[in-house]
Design a protein around this ligand. Structure first.
Ligand code: IMP
Ligand code: MG
Length: 182
């Protein structure tokens, strides 16, 4: 299967302005505290980097890698830890950074996982929220943008591991016999 960019939903300028707002909001909400940001690989990296630049707090950064999707564009519903935290988060103020909340299964799993680590507090910061895809009730504390129920790529989001580098968020069309058009 090959894919083509359909239409751009969010520009680089829009995403980065929103990341700045959220970084500043987190700075206000966590004033005087030390925060651990946990990025969920790989999709969150561009967004996380952008938000972090506007966070003026004493912070630490860690990453986890989970699998739930495989190569398909629909969730398998199965979440598995591929890479665990490097540091202990017991008693810590943790903010999970995600690219997109779709079914909510990944974050549902992570909330339980972090509760079992006895964190001091837990919040979720996501670039995108796709409420139409929800299968379990999950609400993020910091949401960049609410998006429609289409499959999206760019700014970290992939289709078959491609398109993560696009500096904007776009919908894709699956096409046979064409090259990927960026
Ligand atoms: P959830 O567990 O269904 O909420 O899905 C979370 C993960 O699925 C995200 O971190 C993404 O990696 C992936 N995902 C969900 N929707 C999309 C999409 O539209 N484009 C690319 N990846 C997506
Ligand atoms: Mg992801």
């Amino acid at each position: 299967m090959t894919y083509a960019i359909d239409r751009i939903l969010l520009s680089q300028a829009e995403i980065e302005a929103r990341a700045k707002e959220i970084g500043e909001q987190i700075t206000e909400d966590y004033a005087g505290r030390n925060v651990v940001f946990v990025g969920i690989l790989t999709g969150s990296v561009l967004w996380m980097a952008q938000v972090l630049k506007s966070v003026a707090l004493d912070t630490q950064v860690d990453f986890m890698s989970l699998s739930s999707y495989g190569a398909a564009t629909h969730t398998s519903g199965v979440v598995k830890i591929i890479k665990d935290l490097n540091m202990s988060v017991e008693g810590r103020d943790v903010i999970i950074v995600e690219d997109i909340v779709d079914s909510g299964l990944t974050l549902d799993y992570l909330k339980k996982y972090f509760a079992a680590q006895n964190v001091g507090s837990l919040a979720i910061c996501t670039m995108l929220d796709k409420p139409s895809g929800r299968r379990v009730a999950i609400k993020a504390d910091y949401v960049g943008f609410e998006v429609p129920g289409e499959f999206l790529v760019g700014y970290g989001l992939d289709v078959d591991q491609r398109c993560r580098n696009l500096p904007y968020i776009a919908s894709v069309l699956a096409r046979d016999g064409d090259d990927l058009i960026q």
